[in-house]
Design a protein around this ligand. Sequence first.
Ligand SMILES: [Zn+2]
Length: 199
Amino acid sequence: MNHYPEAILKLIHSLSTLPGIGKKTAERLALHILHAPDHEAAALAGDIIELKSSVRLCTSCFALSDTDQCRICADPARDSSVICVVENPTDMAAIEKANAFSGTYHILGGALSPIDGIGPDDIRLAELFNRTNSESVSEIILATKTNVEGEATASYILDRLRDSKIKLTRIASGVPMGGDLQYVDPLTMQKAMEKRYGF
Ligand SMILES: [Zn+2]
């Protein structure tokens, strides 16, 4: 591979840092970009720069957004008194895909994991409790993953809000143990949301 000019080697290196892209695929992609029309290559580079400069986090739910408030938080048709707590944007996307939920979200940005040194201050729990204190919230749906970290996170939130008047529910039915929400099919997700249980 070393026979390539420096610029190609650099691009191969950059591409191979992406998840799922090995050296061979990176080489194929770099050569594809090299042979692509100038405007296509420029558009790709521009899209990456625009992504980094325009996408930020929603100030309410911390979803990825290109405005201060994401489309879901800003939508008057969504019930802002029901908050579905998820670990990551991909979990939120899985629930949205199932079309089974008309409330809003709170994205924690991870789960509690003492082994990995991730404590309550490392995910957006304080922000969640701020919302439950300052907004009129009727229900919190705990939709963290069903693995050890997800369960620990759900229990922590449950403990903190147990004495509040907020209804606390957990989706689990049909979501496989240890399951990542993004691999749950939409129908199973709909059922899991319908059959959520209270505490
Ligand atoms: Zn939002």
